[in-house]
Design a protein around this ligand. Structure first.
Ligand code: UDP
Ligand code: MG
Length: 139
């Protein structure tokens, strides 16, 4: 995957709360092109694999049960400086610390249920994008 791409998920809380359309609008308005997108649901096993780097953290079990409890919208996004610019758009992990105008400030419920995922490096963007999409689903 080219290094101008990032991977995102609109998390189960934001899907349940009806924020999918508003979040996609903001992503488009911020200059990201949609390369891949689908609504899907991770099994508990999928979520454990996806978040394997966090498996020793105290919040791991809560995180994987949350992320597999309902549908998500997974997407690959393209823009110059995509990884960093998307992290800026989503805001801090804890919505109470997220800047005004960020997706987490606007749509997150809590530190765990924080509405949107964004890859933290080009390498992880590639791994996470390939976790959810085949090359035939990247446009
Ligand atoms: N998380 C949590 N409690 C914490 C830290 C993280 O429940 O103390 C959850 C939260 O959903 C977060 C995800 O685990 O988005 C991954 O954590 P990470 O530190 O990678 O934060 P992110 O990169 O998503 O900002
Ligand atoms: Mg992270």
């Amino acid at each position: 995957m080219p290094s101008n791409r990032t991977f995102t998920m609109i998390k189960p809380d934001a899907v349940e709360n009806g924020y999918v359309g508003a979040i996609i609008n903001k992503i488009n308005a911020s200059g990201f092109r949609i390369v891949s997108m689908k609504m899907t649901q991770m099994s508990l096993r999928d979520a454990k694999l996806f978040y394997e780097v966090h498996k020793e953290r105290p919040f791991f079990s809560e995180l994987v049960s949350f992320m597999s409890r309902g549908p998500i919208v997974a997407a690959i996004l393209e823009k110059e400086n995509a990884v960093d610019d998307f992290r800026t758009l989503i805001g801090a992990t804890n919505p109470e610390e997220a800047a005004e105008g960020t997706l987490r400030k606007q749509f997150a419920t809590s530190m765990g249920e924080n509405a949107v995922h964004g890859s933290d490096s080009n390498e992880n963007a590639e791994i996470e994008g390939a976790f959810h999409f085949s090359v035939r689903e990247m446009f």
